[in-house]
Design a protein. Sequence first.
Length: 74
Amino acid sequence: MLSSGRKTMTTREHILDFYSRPGLMKSPGRHADLFDSLPNDVGALVGIVQGLALREFVAPSFYGVAVSDERKSE
């Protein structure tokens, strides 16, 4: 116990706490309300992200897509 009476967090709890919060570069900020309509299911979220993001380095081999120089700058 900490002197304030709070329970000491375990390593597992620290890890879960860390990953349950957005980092500075990933905070939705003023767009946070847009997250309300997203599903809570991890598989469904993966499908959404995969439908939106395309990694330029794997696009040709994974998806048969050549990313243009204009799109690479995005």
